[in-house]
Design a binder for this molecule. Structure first.
Ligand code: FAD
Length: 456
């Protein structure tokens, strides 16, 4: 049977665009459908606009610190619409570049919603056309889940809307304890809003190294963010010019905005996947094997829709591996272990490898090295900020299992720390590495004595 395409990709986000471009480069006839803007979550309403807002939020510290270094900074003011306009311009530029790269690769971009019409057929909803493809790649990503039911829950905005607010409210209530909630609490606080963060768990950033997450939470509180744990949203009521939030612990909070960052769900609803023979997990995620193939042999899935590790570089790597394996004659399996990542909170958190909790669970003898110190810049600035670093070592093999950094530049450090960890570096390798002085990161190669020795 002759198919219209060798590959039909649903979703032009991080994973879909990479897979389409690489497959087209291998000579495949490729089409990509996108129902919204090209670039997906990361470019349009995720990593990129968020990081731009993070940069904006950190100027307030710089202005405050400048006096310690002899500068007099005049009166400062912040204009939210100017920031949003500048951010929008940059996102437009990136989207244009994404489209150009896709077209240059030879893939055909179809700007409408696509759903499956069978294991090798796709229906384009606006035009009503049905096209066939030998293989289909589902790269539809995920979207924010709404907070648990409760009166007025729909009055909360999510990360989708937050980039388009027409003004910065004086007070923001952020609901959630994951990295997106933590990052936005820091953004709003840095830009001058008062922030209350509600999280139903004991401590923010579940799944991260708990000691490091605890220190981040304490630092956020020290910076004026009102972090309330074991406390969730119960109801939201509209008032004259804002909202009244009631919490599960009986408190009332007057606020100008409620942002819910309470998790994300795969965009699989109404996609016709199960009818095409694709098994879905209870979360709605597409179940795939190590090659990203679903239970229907002609249908693959990459990125957030598979709910493996929901990060842009992972979606890109999975899309690339799929295209190389299926169309490039080179079998590539993505390794989901040892993924370095960052939380762009203030202070920033960078991490690679396992947490102390996991290390102790998986290894009989674990040494934990720690450094906590006042970074040099904070001295003249007169800031009480502390930097925290933790290196977790398997005492039997001397192999470094995980590194966690809290403080300025932690995200950049995490990327570089990822290389030695992937290479299997030992603590001895860290020790024989010469320091770069004066930096904060030099502490990572001068840690002498374990702060904790776990043995069982
Ligand atoms: P997406 O990029 O979401 O792309 C899916 C695309 O499919 C979308 O464009 C969508 O419109 C389209 N689509 C959906 N259904 C259809 C359909 N039926 N027909 C046609 N098109 C369809 N990750 C990081 O690594 N670092 C970060 O700092 C970071 N920050 C983030 C901040 C926020 C606020 C959010 C929300 C996410 C962040 N992420 C970050 C996660 C990252 O954005 C995702 O992991 C990544 O975008 C996933 O890529 P993807 O290709 O799976 O899906």
């Amino acid at each position: 049977m002759a198919f219209d395409y060798d590959l039909f990709v649903i979703g032009a986000g991080s994973g879909g665009v990479r897979a389409a471009r690489i497959a087209a480069g291998h000579g495949a006839r490729v089409a990509v459908a996108e129902e919204d803007r090209v670039g997906g979550t990361c470019v349009i309403r995720g990593c990129v606009p968020k990081k731009l807002l993070v940069y904006a939020s950190r100027f307030s510290d710089d202005f405050a610190d400048a006096a310690g270094f002899g500068w007099s900074v005049g009166e400062t003011s912040f204009d939210w619409p100017s920031l949003i306009a500048a951010k929008d311009k940059e996102i437009d530029r990136l989207e244009t570049a994404y489209v150009a790269n896709l077209e240059r690769s030879g893939a055909e971009l179809i700007r409408e919603r696509a759903v499956l019409a069978g294991p090798q057929a796709v229906r384009l909803e606006r035009s009503g056309r049905t096209v066939t493809a030998e293989r289909i790649l589902v790269a539809v990503g995920g979207g924010p889940s709404r907070p648990a039911q409760g009166p007025g829950a729909a009055l909360a905005v999510t990360s989708n809307e937050v980039f388009h607010l027409d003004r910065l409210p004086g007070h923001v209530t952020v609901v959630g304890g994951g990295y997106i909630a933590v990052e936005f609490a820091g953004i709003f606080a840095g830009l001058g809003a008062r922030v209350t963060q509600l999280y139903r768990g004991d401590q923010i950033l579940r799944g991260f190294d708990q000691e490091t997450a605890g220190k981040l939470q304490a630092a956020m509180v020290a910076r004026g963010i009102d972090v309330r744990t074991r406390c969730d949203l119960a109801a939201i009521e509209r008032t004259g010019d804002g909202y009244l939030v009631s919490t599960t612990t009986g408190e009332l909070i007057e606020t100008g905005l409620v942002m819910a960052a309470t998790g994300r769900v795969p965009n699989t609803r109404g996609l016709g996947l199960e009818e095409a023979g694709v098994e879905l997990a209870p979360t709605g995620a597409v179940v795939v094997d190590a090659t990203s193939r679903s239970s229907a042999p002609s249908i693959y899935a990459v990125g957030d829709v598979t709910n493996r590790v929901n990060l842009t570089p992972v979606a890109i790597r999975e899309g690339h591996a799929f295209a190389d394996s299926v169309f490039g004659g080179r079998d590539v399996i993505v390794d989901h272990r040892l993924i370095a990542t960052a939380v762009f909170s203030t202070p920033e958190l960078g991490t690679v490898g396992c947490t102390e909790e996991t290390a102790v669970h998986e290894h009989r003898a674990v040494d934990v090295y720690k450094a906590e110190f006042r970074p040099m810049k904070a001295t003249l600035a007169g800031r009480g900020d502390r930097m925290f670093m933790k290196v977790i070592v398997d005492a039997a093999s001397d192999r470094v299992l995980g590194v966690h950094v809290l403080g300025e530049g932690a995200g950049e450090m995490a990327q570089l720390l990822g290389i030695p960890l992937v290479m299997g570096a030992t603590k001895r390798d860290f020790d024989r590495t010469m320091a770069v002085h004066p930096t904060a990161a030099e502490e990572l190669v001068t840690l002498r004595t374990p702060a904790v020795r776990h043995r069982r």
